[in-house]
Design a protein around this ligand. Structure first.
Ligand code: SF4
Ligand code: SF4
Length: 484
């Protein structure tokens, strides 16, 4: 039986226990919110905008305001006139001077406006005539001197090889091979050095990630999905020169991507990846080897995700999209098939298969029910998750904004800006064989960062609320810029 004297001590003990518990709970809450805050702040750093750092304007770092002046720092000293684009631009007039040199014409033999221009600038006439002679003299230089610049020329040509459209309808035996400037293939010193070169120039061409693999013919379509030199109803015979597949790719701009389905687009990354692939194919052809770009949208002869996996870029997730360690599934790839011998990369397994078993966030957030919560199944002889493409495509046509959805990409816990919180979490899950951290991290995302109800993603006329996974970035809020 407790005495009166005991009571204050007991109350004190209870109070101390309560205090300790409260302190523990408070520090845990502070710790978690601190972590969340740090993650949020770190996520706003342009450096975390992996693959799109320049889009945040961080490179324009000079403080111009401090040096702003009212008048531009050039001098206007008299009556002005506009330039004549026909004669005052060297690229426009030089052809006239070159043909004058070949045909022995003088200034007075030329048509206007070139006659007047060269009458006023006779020294330009002499210099411009010399121009064609210069190229001929350079071409006479020794092979040793000329060949030193093979890579530089291939790189320069590749940088200009940007085709916004799919390749034409020539069969691979024609379209993949070097054209009129063809030479027999240069003998490369080693496949390891070639792979290193191809990776470096691909970064120069704009890729963010790259991997190289031997092409598994299982990934080539049996029948073509679009003409690219193939007969639509005849089986594709995999060309012998499709020995290797190089996978390149870039991310979609992060903030609009998080605000899918209404504010994102695949086109920003599609076009960048397409440009990289066309440049890379051009570069390889200049070395005398065959190359064919397979690019978004829908100009492919093969399935890209498993090739990405073979090339070591990532693992295929429950939503069927490949998850990379650097960009999660915010990655739009393109492939170049080639016979250029290169060392290849190995596939990687960094824990995605285990994580996806438990996580299922994409399936829970998917508005169309296209992503299964069930186990993998056998698809064309391989065990994998399979997306229900008709359900998915129907949702693409059920919301505003650009065609598509991409909510599964935005919601996937791997698709996070590369700040230190995310990098740490990635290391923890990748190295934890128990699966405990997988459950913890997926649980934390569901608890602390839930998305809208899946049905809310639909347009209001289809019973939804026009919801986006996250708020749009300021520069895509139409209502702040345009009177509606
Ligand atoms: S794109 Fe949208 S509809 Fe299609 S699977 Fe992903 S979340 Fe579902
Ligand atoms: S959201 Fe979860 S289940 Fe879906 S792909 Fe990403 S990690 Fe896997």
């Amino acid at each position: 039986m407790k005495t009166e004297e005991d009571r204050p001590r007991r109350e004190l003990r209870v109070a101390r226990r309560t205090l300790i518990k409260a302190a523990g709970a408070t520090s845990a809450a502070l710790g978690l919110s601190g972590l969340g805050l740090c993650g949020y702040q770190a996520g706003r750093d342009p450096d975390s905008y992996t693959g799109c750092e320049g889009l945040q304007g961080a490179a324009q770092s000079f403080n111009r305001k401090k040096f702003a002046v009212d008048e531009p720092p050039y001098e206007k000293v008299g009556p002005t006139r506009r330039a004549d684009g026909r004669t005052e631009v060297i690229f426009s007039r030089v052809g006239v001077a070159r043909s004058a040199a070949q045909m022995g014409k003088r200034i007075e033999d030329l048509d206007e406006p070139f006659r007047s221009y060269y009458e006023q600038h006779p020294e330009d006439f002499e210099l411009d005539k010399q121009n064609s002679e210069l190229r001929r003299k350079v071409a006479e230089d020794s092979p040793e001197n000329r060949n030193r610049y093979i890579l530089a020329e291939a790189w320069a040509d590749a940088m200009g090889a940007v085709s916004p459209r799919p390749i034409g309808n020539e069969p691979p035996e024609i379209s993949d091979f070097p054209g009129r400037r063809s030479r027999s293939p240069f003998k490369m010193k080693s496949s390891a050095a070639t792979a290193k070169l191809i990776k470096k120039v691909s970064y120069e061409f704009g890729t963010v990630l790259i991997g190289i693999t031997k092409l598994n013919h299982d990934w080539v379509y049996k029948y073509p999905s679009s003409r690219r030199g193939f007969a639509m109803n005849e089986p594709i015979e995999v060309p012998k020169h499709w020995e290797y597949a190089i996978v390149v790719g870039t991310p979609m701009s992060w903030d609009p991507m998080y605000a899918n389905p209404n504010y994102g687009t695949s086109n920003d990354a599609y076009s960048k990846s397409r440009i990289v692939a066309f440049r890379l194919a051009s570069f390889i052809k200049r070395l005398g080897y065959a190359a064919r770009p397979h690019t978004p949208g829908n100009s492919y002869d093969l399935m890209v995700p498993p090739i990405m996996v073979d090339a070591g870029l990532g693992e295929q997730g429950r939503h069927s999209i490949v998850i990379t360690p650097e960009l999660g599934c915010n990655f739009r790839p393109a492939v170049v098939t080639t016979n250029l011998p290169m060392s290849t990369d190995k596939p990687i397994a960094f824990g995605v298969q285990d994580f996806c078993k438990n996580c299922k966030i994409c399936a829970e957030q998917c508005p169309s029910g296209a992503i299964s919560k069930a186990d993998k199944k056998i698809v064309r002889g391989y065990k994998r998750y399979q997306l229900h493409s008709s359900k998915c495509f129907n949702f693409w046509n059920s919301n505003h904004g650009s065609l598509g959805c991409r909510v599964c990409i935005a919601a996937c816990p791997y698709t996070r800006k590369s700040n230190w919180v995310h990098r740490t979490a990635l290391q923890v899950t990748a190295n934890d064989p128990t699966g405990i951290s997988d459950k913890l991290l997926a649980g934390m995302q569901k608890r602390f960062y839930p998305g809208p109800e899946p049905s809310d993603f639909y347009a209001a006329t289809l019973g939804g609320k026009n919801a986006s996974y996250r708020e749009p970035p300021w520069w895509l809020r139409t209502e702040d810029f345009i009177e509606l």
